[in-house]
Every structure is written in structure tokens, then in C-alpha cells.
Design a protein around this ligand. Structure first.
Ligand code: GUN
Ligand code: FE
Length: 435
């Protein structure tokens, strides 16, 4: 049965275009948007009327979350990536051998992410099949759209003995079982799907990477991994495979349409061309990159080369669960790249010209950009796409509304709204969070 919502919509059909649909009625049938038109032309009642104080926006798409790292969100940023993994993260992830512990984390995290407006989540689980299946089940229960991946990692040097697949063969078998278990949940609405997840090249043997590439080809499931996140990872791959991370992943058959490459801070223009040609995409994680990335991801350069880019929180590499916080910081990071940061270098040589992005581009990354990476009809409220949406209560955000234009309201929303301002969230036409 269809239902209708009357609201003012703000969204970004392209990286440079802010579209404001003032006082429209959105009609949704079985999760699909079937009509949008001016409220004054609407005949009959509406089911919900969001007044002038509320703005309706497309749901946020988080392309990169490490679900088992939820307990350490906001802590542990004193070590570089390699030591952070071995000293904090791998010991925490190893605990998901205990499925009851895992379930208690998922029950905390999934509703929290929905309250931040994350309608689609692309998750790394842990190496554990049961805990990963439980995550998929929890997403189904709460109605979150999700891709859920069991993490494959078997390299005897890139992983600790207490947390790794016993062999490439074992890892491959466990990834296959995980896919089967997630498919067997038979999510009636098809919101939750498996994703093939080699952690990153340093943690995986060539045999495992080869096997996962074949698994992707034979099953058609999406792939996610980390790519050229920082100098340590980037140089590891250059030394081990004598090609860039991107080329190496491509050689293993892992760079496919819809492959999500997290971070990419050190990607070259050649890498961008390869990623574009394979129709893969990048999860830009600007807050995480402050701590682990070693360089600012050149968003504008990637977009100029027609590379698909969305946003990720990289929980817990980044200390915020909010995609809006990532969008705001994506703008900040791009400005610091443009200006440069070292005051001992003269102003005309300090930064990288033409690097800045604005709030419109950043919001696009958080919505349609992510949808395009995944190849799904999401990210924009238009006929033919799924109704994943977030209602933002603007009363606190509009702290000084006098003289505000719709464009200024949008900027305030991107830069200052938080979960406290989110009053309702829909996934596939169904309310999944409301205050
Ligand atoms: N590279 C491999 N594993 C991880 C992880 O858990 N977080 C981040 N940021 N990078 C990684
Ligand atoms: Fe990550």
C-alpha cells in the first residue's frame, strides 16, 4: 500500500548541484518512490506532514564500517596503523569468537547508526562466521540496508597468531560459508547482502587473494578492501608485488564493478584511471585519514577523473559514527589540502591548488556518491529510487534563522546537524528510527 509524505526536500543530484524541492509530496509504494510533486497539486490526504521546521534528505550511505571496532570508537588514536591494529584492534576483534558478546555489540551499534541517519551500511565483520551472520541478522531485524562481510586474513606476518584464518584454504571456506549463511537468512525485503572482504593485502596471502578473486567472479558478490591507505600499506604492496595496491588488487580479480576501496589516500592518477575503468569506487574516510592516512585524499582530483567516491566513517579508525560529520570534515580536509599546513613553506607553494570541495559536493558523497559506488537506486529522492530518507529537525540547527536562504539552511545542516537533530529515518519506505 502506498503512503505519502509532505515535506521540503534538500538533495544533491550531482556534485555541484543543490536541489531544493519546496513543499512537495513524496509517494512511496512498497519502498519505491512512485511520485513527487508540489503539495498544492496533491489531491487527497497525506499520511505525514513535516512542517517548515523539518527538512527531508536522502539517507546517508556509510561505505566503510568496521563493526567489531564499535566498542573502541573514540579511543586509541596514539599509535600508527600497523601498531594500532596489532595492539588495540586485533585483540578486540578476536573477542567476536564469543557470539553473545558480538550480539551485544550489534544490538548497541545498529540502532545507534540508524539514529545518525545511516540507512545503508557497508560492514566489515570479524573473521568469525557466526558473529558476522549475527550482524546480518541484526541489520535485518532493525531494517538497516547493509552489506556484511566476513573478514578474510591469513598472512602469517600481517596478522597475529590469535586472530587469523588458519590457512588460505580455511579462509576461503569460511568466506564461502559466511556468504551461504547470510543468504540463508532469506531477508524478505532483500536489504542485507554478503560482501567479499579481504582485509587488505598485508593481512592476506596471495593464495587467499586469488581464491577470493575467483569467489567474486563466480558469485557476483561485491568486494571491499583497503587500498593505499597510508605509506606503510602502500609501500608494503609495492615491495611485495612490485606494483601499486590498485594494480595488485586488479591482478587478483578483486577490482570489479562496485568494489569498495577504503581510504585511497596515496592513489596515483594511473590508479584512478584503473579504478574508473573497472567501475570500482572509493570510500573516502576523512576523519580516519587524519590519524592513519598520512595524506589528504584528493577528492576533487578523483572526481575530476570521473572516479566514483562516497564517504565512510571507518569506525573506529575515525572517531565519529556520523556521516554528516564526515561530510563536514571532507570539506575541512580539502581546504587544508588546498592551503597546505606547514607555515614554514611560503604561501604560494604550501598547498595544492584547486583541491577544495564545498558542502554540496560533500553531501553528494554521503548520499548519491555512495549509491553510485554500490550501483544501487538510492541517494536521491526521485521516482524509481528506493525511499531511504532522513528527517532533520532544523530548530536547533537554524540557531539564527533571520535572513537565511534555503542554501544557507542546507550549509548549516551539512556542517552542524547531528543525530540530536534527526527526528525520523526511513529505509525502503519503513520508519526505522523516530524520536
Ligand atoms: N587496514 C586494515 N585493517 C584496517 C582497519 O581495521 N582500519 C583501518 N583504518 N585500516 C585498516
Ligand atoms: Fe578501515
Amino acid at each position: 500500500m502506498s503512503h505519502s509524505i509532505r515535506a521540503t526536500v534538500m538533495q544533491t543530484p550531482s556534485t555541484t548541484e543543490l536541489e531544493i524541492l519546496d513543499d512537495v509530496v513524496v509517494t512511496v509504494d512498497e519502498g519505491l518512490i512512485t511520485h513527487i510533486g508540489p503539495a498544492r497539486q496533491h489531491i487527497g490526504d497525506v499520511d505525514l506532514h513535516l512542517g517548515h521546521d523539518t527538512v527531508l534528505v536522502p539517507g546517508f550511505i556509510d561505505l566503510h564500517i568496521h563493526a567489531p571496532q564499535w566498542p573502541q570508537l573514540g579511543t586509541g588514536y596514539d599509535l600508527p596503523l600497523d601498531r594500532w591494529l596489532f595492539e588495540y584492534t586485533f585483540p578486540l576483534e578476536a573477542r567476536y569468537d564469543d557470539t553473545a558478546f558480538a550480539q551485544s555489540v550489534w544490538d548497541s551499534m545498529v540502532p545507534a547508526l540508524l539514529s545518525h541517519g545511516t540507512t545503508t551500511a557497508v560492514y566489515y565483520g570479524s573473521t568469525h562466521v557466526e558473529a558476522t551472520t549475527a550482524l546480518a541478522r541484526t541489520c535485518i531485524q532493525h531494517g538497516q540496508r547493509a552489506w556484511v562481510g566476513r573478514v578474510a586474513m591469513d598472512h602469517p606476518e600481517g596478522t597475529p597468531e590469535f586472530y587469523r584464518d588458519a590457512s588460505a584454504e580455511d579462509g576461503l571456506a569460511a568466506s564461502r560459508t559466511s556468504i551461504e549463511q547470510i543468504e540463508a537468512l532469506a531477508d524478505p525485503r532483500g536489504l542485507v547482502r554478503p560482501i567479499i572482504t579481504p582485509r587488505f593485502i598485508p593481512a592476506c596471502s596471495d593464495e587467499l587473494l586469488t581464491g577470493l578473486g575467483s569467489l567474486a567472479a563466480s558469485t557476483g558478490h561485491l568486494v571491499q578492501t583497503h587500498c593505499s591507505e597510508n605509506d606503510w600499506e602502500h609501500n608494503h604492496v609495492l615491495e611485495r608485488h612490485v606494483v601499486s595496491d590498485t594494480t595488485s588488487l586488479d591482478n587478483f580479480g578483486l577490482l570489479r564493478e562496485g568494489t569498495v576501496l577504503a581510504h585511497g589516500c596515496l592513489l596515483s592518477d594511473d590508479d584512478f584511471a584503473t579504478i574508473r575503468n573497472r567501475r570500482a569506487g572509493i570510500a573516502h574516510c576523512p576523519l580516519s585519514n587524519v590519524y592513519f592516512g598520512d595524506a589528504v585524499f584528493p577528492t576533487r582530483r578523483a572526481l575530476a577523473q570521473s572516479v566514483r567516491v562516497g564517504l565512510g566513517t571507518d569506525i573506529a579508525g575515525g572517531p565519529s559514527a556520523s556521516l554528516l560529520a564526515q561530510a563536514a570534515h571532507a570539506v575541512n580536509a580539502s581546504r587544508q589540502l588546498e592551503h597546505g599546513v606547514d607555515q614554514t613553506i611560503s604561501g604560494d607553494e604550501r598547498g595544492v591548488d584547486d583541491s577544495r570541495i564545498d558542502a554540496t559536493t560533500a553531501f553528494h558523497l554521503a548520499t548519491l556518491g555512495g549509491a553510485d559506488v554500490l550501483g544501487e537506486p538510492l541517494g536521491l529522492l526521485e521516482v524509481g529510487r528506493r525511499f531511504d530518507a532522513v528527517a532533520v529537525d532544523m530548530r536547533a540547527v537554524d540557531h539564527w534563522p533571520a535572513g537565511d536562504t534555503p542554501t544557507r539552511r542546507f550549509e548549516k545542516l551539512v556542517r552542524t546537524a547531528s543525530s540530536a537533530d534527526i527526528s525520523a529515518v526511513w529505509v525502503d519506505g519503513t520508519i526505522v528510527h523516530a524520536v
